[in-house]
Design a protein around this ligand. Structure first.
Ligand code: PLP
Length: 401
């Protein structure tokens, strides 16, 4: 199912789309590190500026290297248009500012990326755009939160860090029945494992910083959707407001897209094996991974995703102290909140990514003090296990005496 004749992953687009060879005949894509473009005459300049004549003017709005990344990601997501942005957060901000106006309303899943919550609560609210947060898998709550002014439903699935799964097709129906749009943050699955537009979503947002890069090098983001919403409205916002992606970063991300599918499959296989192993550890109270049959989102994930992803969370007995001990006993795994890297990373959500929540909000979101999140990389699984085993065995021994 690597080749796309039947709606499966467009493997060829991942490698080939977006590349226009220059007269130099380069095989790997050229990197256009240029802020502006020159014209052959004053008249041509005037026509390019007016939009009469297609072509590049200035890299805030178009750049061939950025366009190559946009075309490639649009093809992978099955969208008509893509706008690349300076970060995942600027993708979300740009989408909201381009498509919503004062007095309009957002319904957002509780437990989306922390900065997304802050953006809606603290900043969009200042512009008169209000957000209601609802539990991700409670369709009745989504329906109940919709108002006549609701313009956007926003969800991230699977969610961070508990890997809860939202029903994208059902949410699209809920949104469309009330004339609203559905946007899905697809950072955890990427188009290699989940294609929200095919499930009915209107917009996909990405933090390219994560798996699209895949090797932890650059910060970037993107919005994918149709020619009207993204190709016109979002492009218009982007060329004016300017949270553009750097050509260098676009070049790195395009390289990342070439290997996205094989990396995502490898991440998924490693994560599933690690989740199964974690379940057998005495010190572990519970494991959160949608690939496990007892995970509440398992069946839905098996339907709407072609893999379960690379992130596994687990709760140890003994609360924060025990969780920190497991983290601190690692020697290879990187202690960092980033994810989507070939290097395995480990983090304590309760005191890092979710530290700004109140105790009550954390408890409601299921972020217990003993929770540890691992974004499983591509090192030998035996070495990842060994690195975690040191702390887990110590906890088990301490519990035994
Ligand atoms: C990291 C992340 C973001 C924000 O992306 P940046 O590139 O860090 O701005 C948004 N959503 C999800 C799910 C993320 O993991």
């Amino acid at each position: 199912m690597r080749k796309d004749d039947s709606g499966s992953y467009p493997a060829t687009d991942a490698v080939r789309t977006g590349h226009t060879r220059t007269p130099e005949g380069e095989h790997s894509e050229a990197l256009f590190l240029t802020s502006s473009f020159v014209f052959s005459s004053a008249e041509e300049a005037a026509r390019r500026f007016s939009g009469d004549l297609p072509g590049n003017v200035y890299s805030r709005f178009t750049n061939p290297t950025v366009r190559a990344f946009q075309e490639r990601l649009a093809a992978l997501e099955g969208g008509e248009a893509c706008i690349a942005t300076a970060s995942g957060m600027s993708a979300i901000l740009s989408m909201c500012l381009a498509l919503l106006r004062q007095g309009e309303h957002i319904v957002c899943a509780r437990g989306v990326f922390g900065a997304t919550t802050m953006l809606m609560k603290n900043y969009l609210s200042k512009l008169g755009i209000e957000t209601t947060f609802v539990p991700l898998s409670d369709l009745a709550a989504w329906r109940g939160a919709i108002r006549p002014t609701t313009r956007l439903l926003f969800v991230e699935t699977p969610s961070n860090p508990l890997m809860e799964v939202a029903d994208i097709a059902a949410l699209a129906e809920v949104a469309h029945a009330r004339g609203a749009l559905l946007a899905v943050d697809n950072a955890f699955c990427t188009p290699a494992l989940q294609r929200p537009l095919a499930l009915g979503a209107d917009l996909v947002v990405h933090s390219a910083t994560k798996y699209l890069d895949g090797q932890g090098r650059c910060v970037g983001g993107a919005v994918v959707g149709d020619a009207e919403l993204v190709g016109k409205e979002l492009f218009g916002f982007m060329r004016t407001a300017g949270p553009s992606m750097s050509p260098f970063n676009a070049w790195v991300f395009s390289r990342g897209l070439e290997t996205l599918e094989i990396r995502m499959r490898a991440h998924s296989e490693q994560a599933r094996a690690l989740a199964e192993w974690l379940q057998q550890q005495q010190a572990v109270r519970s494991v959160f991974y949608p690939g496990l049959t007892q995970h509440p989102g398992h069946l839905l994930a098996a339907q709407q995703q072609s893999g379960f992803g690379g992130v596994v969370s687990f709760e140890v007995f003994g609360g924060r102290e025990a969780a920190w001990q497991v983290i601190d006993r690692t020697r290879m795994i990187s202690i960092t909140a980033n994810l989507g890297d070939v290097k395995t990373t480990i983090t304590h959500p309760g005191t890092t990514t979710h530290a700004k929540l109140s105790d009550a909000e954390r408890a409601e979101a299921g972020i217990t003090p003993g929770l540890v999140r691992v974004a499983v990389g591509l090192e030998a699984l035996s070495d990842i296990r060994k690195d975690l085993q040191r702390g887990l065995d110590q906890l088990a021994r301490a519990a035994a005496c």
